[in-house]
Design a protein. Structure first.
Lengths: 335, 335
DNA sequence: CTGAAAGCGCTTACAG
DNA sequence: CTGAAAGCGCTTACAG
C-alpha cells in the first residue's frame, strides 16, 4: 500500500506538494511537478486513505442516509419498503456520481444521529421520514449539512430555530397528490369515496395525504378511515362496495392498492374499475404492470437534489416541495 | 467534542489507560480507575472517532456491501429490486446489531472493490451477485474477509486459489428450488411446463435455477425460454396456454410471476391455476398478498450468517448453501 | 496495573 | 511555486 509520503520521496518533493496535486490545487504547483506526481500516482496505484484525510481535517466524503420513521417496530425492515428501496438506490447512484460514499443506517433516536456524525466526521446527512417534532433537537446536536426527505419543514420553523448548519428540505406535494386523485375519481363519476392508508401519525406522509383528501372532498363524500390496513380494512371496503356505499378508494401507496386489489380479486366478484375505482401512490414499477392509476413522484429527482445540496451547492437554506402527477391507467373509470 | 486525551487528563491517567477501558481490556485496568473513566465517558458524552481508530490500526468497524451484478446497466436501480432491497435491509439490521457500520455501493469492476477497501480500511466486504469469473482477481486484490452472496464458489476453487483472507460463501439452493417447483407442478397434473426468467448469463442465479428446472424435467416437458421477460414473452406464454401447449410456468422471481399474472389478467381470460399454474421465487411479502405459490428463501438468515462471519466468527473458510422451501398457495393446482 | 513514546496517513496554517 | 513543522484522535508495541 503506497502512501502519500512515499510518493513525495519518489518524486523528490514535499508531502505538501503531493497533497496539493491530489487535491487539484493547480495554482499552487508547477505543471512539471504536477505531471511527475500524477504519473507516479497512476503508476503506483496510489489510493488515498479517507480515514487519514477526515482526521486531518479535510472535507469528509462520507454521507449518512438515515431512516427515522417513527412508527416502525424494531423488527420491521425499513429499507425494503418499495419507496425506501427506490430512494436508497437513487441516493447511492447520486452519491457515487458525486464522488462520495454512503453509509446507511436506521436509528431510533436523535442521539444516534449525533453519535453517527461524530463517529465518522460526516460530510452530511440525509434524514428520511423524520417527524418535525425532532427538528429542533437534530439541528442543535448536528453541525453538518442536513437534507430532510419527507419531513415538511416550513421557512418559519427554520427561521425560528436559526440553524447554524446548512439545511435542505425536500418535501413532496402529498396533499396535492391526494387532491389530484380525488379530482380524477369525481371526474370519473365517483359518488362514494374512501381513503385507505397504513397508519396515520399526526405528522407523517400519510396524514398529509389524508388532509389533502379531506380538503378536496369537503362535504361531498363520506371518508372511510382504515388503520392499520389489513384484512379487516379490506373486508370493510369490499362490503361497502358490494352494498353501493363505496365506489372509489384513494390509497397512500401502490403496495396498499395492490394488496387491496389482490384481496378483492380473491374474495369478491367486484370489478375494477366498474364497481370500484382505485388510485395508488408512488408509481412503483409494478403499478405499470398492473395498469394501476396512481400518483407519481419523481424519486430520482429528489435524491439528486438532496445529494447535490450536500455535496455541490453552496445554498445555505433550501426548501422545496416537489410536484406530483396523476398517472391515468386502468383502475379508475375514465372521465 | 471531547477527546480521549481530554478524558485522560480529567481522570489523571494516561491516554493508554483510557484506551484500554474503552476497548474493554479489563484485565489491564484496575476496577477503580475503570469506573472513574466510565463515569467520565457517560458524563461528557464521549464519542470515539472511528477515523482515528482505523488510522491507528484498530479493527475497523466499516463493512461495505457491494452490488456486483454483471448484467446491470448503469442506469438501472440495483438496490431497489425487491430481493436486493430485502437483503440490504437485513444486512443493515445485522450490521447494526454487531456494532458495525455499513457502506453501500454498486461497482462495475474489481478495481473499484480494491479501491474501496483501501479508501476506508474496511473490516470486511459483502459482495452480492458477482460472477465466479472475477473470483481470483477479487481474492488477489482484497486482503480483508469477504462474504459472497449468490456467488456459488466450490471448495475446490477456493483450495486452488488458496486465498490469504477469510472467505465466506453464502449460496442458495437455486437448482433445488426449481426442482421443487417442477415437482409441485407435476404432482398437480401439469403436462406442459415452461420456464420464465429475466436474463440468463452463464453464471447467474437464474441460470442455476434453469439448470435445476431442466434436470427435474428431463424429457417430460418442452421448456420455454424467454429472455428478457417482457410483453413478448408474456404474449407467448398466453398464446401457448390458450392453445393447450403450456399449463404451468416456473419463474425466477415473484416479481416476474406477478407481472405475468397481471398481463394474463388484463389480456386473456385464462384462469389461474386452472388453465395455467404459476410458481414464483423468493416469497416476497406481496407473494402472500397475491396467494402466490412460490419458492421461499430465508434472506434474513443469510444476511445474519454473512455479517456474523465478518464480525464475530473466526472460521477461516465457510461454504454454505441455504435450503429453499416451496410454499404452496393458490396459483398452482393442488396435488 | 500504568505510562512515555512513536506512529497511523493525511492536511492545515505559516514561511519563504 | 515549494517546504518544514505541527497536529488531527486514536492505538500499538514496549517498559516498568
Amino acid at each position: 500500500m503506497v502512501t502519500l509520503k512515499e510518493l513525495a520521496q519518489l518524486a523528490g518533493v514535499s508531502t505538501m506538494t503531493v497533497s496539493n496535486v491530489l487535491n487539484q490545487r493547480t495554482d499552487k504547483v508547477s505543471p512539471a511537478t504536477r505531471e511527475k506526481i500524477e504519473a507516479l500516482v497512476t503508476q503506483l496505484h496510489y489510493v488515498p486513505n479517507q480515514n487519514a484525510r477526515s482526521l486531518a481535517g479535510a472535507d469528509s466524503l462520507l454521507i449518512a442516509v438515515i431512516d427515522y420513521t417513527e412508527t416502525v417496530e424494531d423488527t420491521q425492515l425499513v429499507f425494503s419498503a418499495p419507496f425506501m428501496a427506490a430512494l436508497i438506490s437513487e441516493l447511492e447512484s447520486a452519491v457515487r456520481a458525486a464522488h462520495h460514499f454512503m453509509l446507511v443506517r436506521h436509528v431510533n433516536s436523535v442521539e444516534e444521529i449525533a453519535l453517527l456524525q461524530q463517529n465518522w466526521q460526516l460530510a452530511g446527512l440525509v434524514i428520511v421520514g423524520m417527524a418535525p417534532a425532532y427538528l429542533a433537537k437534530v439541528l442543535a446536536s448536528v453541525h453538518v449539512p442536513v437534507a430532510f426527505i419527507d419531513t415538511p419543514i416550513t421557512a418559519i420553523e427554520l427561521k425560528t430555530l436559526a440553524p447554524k448548519q446548512r439545511v435542505g428540505v425536500f418535501a413532496l406535494d402529498d396533499a396535492g397528490g391526494a387532491k389530484a386523485a380525488v379530482a380524477e375519481l369525481l371526474a370519473g363519476g365517483a359518488k362514494h369515496l374512501g381513503f385507505l392508508g397504513y397508519s396515520f401519525t399526526a405528522t407523517g406522509v400519510e396524514s398529509r395525504r389524508l388532509a389533502g383528501y379531506r380538503e378536496a372532498l369537503q362535504a361531498s363524500g363520506e371518508p372511510v378511515y382504515v388503520l392499520p390496513a389489513g384484512e379487516a380494512a379490506f373486508a370493510t371496503v369490499a362490503w361497502r362496495a358490494e352494498h353501493h356505499q363505496l365506489d372509489a378508494v384513494v390509497t397512500t401507496a401502490d403496495t396498499l392498492a395492490a394488496q387491496l386489489m389482490a384481496y378483492l380479486h380473491a374474495h369478491t366478484r367486484l370489478k375494477i374499475p366498474q364497481d370500484l375505482s382505485i388510485v395508488g401512490f408512488d408509481d412503483q414499477p409494478f403499478a405499470a404492470w398492473m395498469e394501476m392509476t396512481t400518483v407519481a413522484q419523481d424519486t430520482a429527482a429528489r435524491a439528486l437534489a438532496a445529494v447535490d445540496f450536500l455535496t455541490v451547492s453552496k445554498t445555505p437554506l433550501l426548501l422545496t416541495t416537489q410536484p406530483v402527477k396523476l398517472i391515468r391507467r386502468g383502475t379508475t373509470r375514465q372521465p
